[in-house]
Design a protein around this ligand. Structure first.
Ligand SMILES: [Zn+2]
Length: 298
C-alpha cells in the first residue's frame, strides 16, 4: 500500500503541468448562497444517483494537494507583474474556474487504480489520464453543495448496486458548474474521474447543477461550459466535446474502451438543447461531436 501510494505520487508529480501547489483562490470561496439549506440531502441523493449511474470510471492519482491552477495562470498573472511577456507567444487563457477540491486521498487513488485495471485493462499504476474529449453532464439535482458533498465521498454508494458491482470508487467529475455559471474544479483535470463508461481514461467530465426538468440548465451554465471547453481545448489536445446522452453513439470510436462485457449505461443528460447551445458558442474550435447516428444506438 505504501509502495503503491509512493509510486502514484511520483508519477503525478513528474507531470510538468501538475505543480504540487495548493488550491488556488477557489478553496476559500463560499458556497453559493442560493441553495436552500434544507434540500441538501435530497439534492445530494439526486446528484449521487445521476452521477452514480453515469458510469463508474476511475479517479485520478497522485497524493497530496491537487495541482493548483497557478500553472496555467502564468500568462495572465505574470504579464501584470513585469510586463515582460514574450511578444511572440500569445498568453494562454486564464483558468476560468475556482478550486473546490474533493477528497482524493490515498484510498480514493487506490480504488481508482483498481477500477482502471478492471475497466481499462493493462496494468495502470496511477490516476493520470490523457485528455482527448470533454463530456458534459447534469447532476440531476439543484444544489451545488449537495453535489459537491456527494462527489467528495471516495466510495460508491452501496445502494447503487450495478455501479458498486463495477467498482468501489465513487463517481466524480473534474468540474462542477453552479447554476450561476461559477465553475468549480474538483480535481486536476488530468486525474481520472468516474463519470462516463468507456471514456474515463481520456475524458474530462463537466457536471452542471440541474436536472433538465424542474431545474433546467441556465444560460449562465451554457456560457460557462463554452468558456471551460475553450480553455481546455487550448490546454490539452481535445478533439471532441459530447453530452453524456451522446456517449453511446461513440462506442465504435477508438476512444471507447470498456473491458467489462455488457457494462453499459444509458444516460439522457444534459440533453440535445444544452449541447446545441454550447456548440453554437464554440464553433470556431471545430471540435467533433458524436457521429450522425447519435442517440440511435441502444
Ligand atoms: Zn451524466
Amino acid at each position: 500500500m505504501a509502495v503503491l501510494a509512493t509510486s502514484l505520487t511520483l508519477a503525478a508529480c513528474s507531470r510538468p503541468n501538475e505543480p504540487p501547489g495548493a488550491a488556488n483562490d477557489g478553496s476559500s470561496r463560499a458556497p453559493s448562497a442560493d441553495q436552500p439549506p434544507g434540500e441538501g440531502a435530497e439534492a445530494a441523493a439526486e446528484a449521487a444517483q445521476e452521477a452514480a449511474e453515469e458510469d463508474p470510471t476511475a479517479a485520478p492519482a497522485a497524493s497530496g494537494a491537487p495541482a493548483g491552477s497557478s500553472e496555467t495562470a502564468d500568462g495572465s498573472e505574470g504579464d501584470n507583474a513585469e510586463g515582460s511577456a514574450d511578444a511572440g507567444a500569445p498568453a494562454p487563457p486564464a483558468p476560468p474556474y475556482v478550486d473546490r477540491l474533493i477528497n482524493y486521498d490515498d484510498a480514493r487513488r487506490a480504488l481508482t487504480v483498481e477500477y482502471r485495471r478492471l475497466h481499462e485493462g493493462g496494468d495502470p499504476q496511477d490516476v493520470l489520464i490523457e485528455p482527448r474529449l470533454v463530456v458534459l453532464h447534469h447532476t440531476g439535482g439543484s444544489s451545488v453543495d449537495a453535489a459537491w458533498r456527494y462527489f467528495n465521498r471516495p466510495k460508491i454508494e452501496s445502494g447503487r448496486k450495478t455501479l458498486a458491482k463495477a467498482g468501489d470508487v465513487n463517481v466524480g467529475a473534474q468540474f462542477l458548474v453552479d447554476r450561476d455559471g461559477t465553475i468549480f474544479r474538483l480535481m486536476p483535470e488530468n486525474w481520472h474521474a468516474r463519470h462516463c463508461v468507456g471514456f474515463n481514461h481520456l475524458a474530462i467530465g463537466v457536471e452542471n447543477v440541474g436536472d433538465g426538468k424542474e431545474h433546467p440548465l441556465t444560460d449562465a451554465q451554457v456560457e460557462a461550459n463554452a468558456t471551460l471547453v475553450r480553455y481546455l481545448a487550448a490546454t490539452y489536445p481535445i478533439t471532441h466535446v459530447i453530452g453524456h446522452n451522446e456517449a453511446n453513439s461513440m462506442r465504435e470510436h477508438p476512444y471507447f474502451h470498456e473491458e467489462v462485457a455488457g457494462y453499459r449505461t444509458r444516460k439522457g443528460d444534459p440533453g440535445p438543447a444544452f449541447m446545441t447551445a454550447v456548440r453554437a458558442r464554440i464553433q470556431d474550435l471545430e471540435l467533433a461531436g458524436p457521429p450522425e447516428t447519435a442517440g440511435k444506438r441502444p
